[in-house]
Design a binder for this molecule. Sequence first.
Ligand SMILES: [Zn+2]
Length: 132
Amino acid sequence: MKKPFRIDWADTSPSKHQPPTTHEPLKEYSIKFEKIPKGKKAVPDPGKLGVRSKLGGNPDWVQHPEVPMCSDCKQPMTFVAQLDSIEHDEKHNPHAIDCLSRQQQYMFGDVGMIYVFMCFSCMTTESLVQSG
Ligand SMILES: [Zn+2]
């Protein structure tokens, strides 16, 4: 049963979401990997928010391209993964959590995405987040 929505005017947080406020571990999800045949895309519809997580290929940028440069060798880093806001509250999303329940943990800003990059020469990684 959904709770009635009330605006808390004293709440000055930038988002209506309730991100974890402690360093407690987030709830666990397992990930199933599936090889994508050549010519197909792991994310056929980047408009389907919440189900855009993937490994490899090219990043599906929420905003503008932002490939980081390796801080050691100064070369562009290789895209490894993108992790979507997997609890985004929409019917097409099997892991959707009611956005008013304050139970969402995997909501990176406004249905944002975390991108992971690696420099395989220097064995360094970098991640960044873009929000809608
Ligand atoms: Zn490097």
